[in-house]
Design a protein around this ligand. Sequence first.
Ligand code: IMP
Length: 197
Amino acid sequence: MKMIFATGNSDKMREIREIMADMEVEILSMKEAGIQLEIEENGTTFEENALIKAKAVAACTDAIVLADDSGLEVDYLNKEPGVYSARYMGEDTSYEIKNQAILDRLSGVPKEQRTARFVCAIAAVLPDKSTLVTRETIEGYIGDCPAGTNGFGYDPIFYVDEYHCSTAELSEEAKNAISHRGKALRAMKELLRQRGF
Ligand code: IMP
């Protein structure tokens, strides 16, 4: 059985291959499957965007298709940047600038009000075109200043209580074990298993 993960990101491909390693499926990227598509992510929730991507790819194949959508929700900022995380202040604006802008907007705000989470939704379209969706989070808070050089995106300003550090200070393995994407992928694996895959 073939499974296509609708992403062009090689880090995400590595993570899904690790998590799905014990399943009887061959996992392909869109490129490996020979599918080239520009997909407009115009949903208003992570779940909607993941489904939009998975359905667009599933229209080209009978394989199982998985897609993800993720982002950062900052409670004090009414859950911004949310589904606009990659586009916050413009797609081409560096994360140094995006992260500093969030820190500036939270200037003087006490720790209890700096709660935030990374969210990840994973959508699947099965060969019979039925759909499955999982959504998981990692809870944390926005620190006072950026720290760490691992990871990507908002990792330097997102702190987790259990480690007392930012997710950019965690090793890749430590982050994957607790991350929104790792949890949502493992939950999806369970749903697929229940469907007999
Ligand atoms: P996408 O799901 O690949 O479109 O990612 C959306 C955006 O959310 C990324 O570009 C990052 O800005 C942010 N994001 C999602 N997950 C993480 C994470 O684990 N660390 C840091 N930023 C993240």
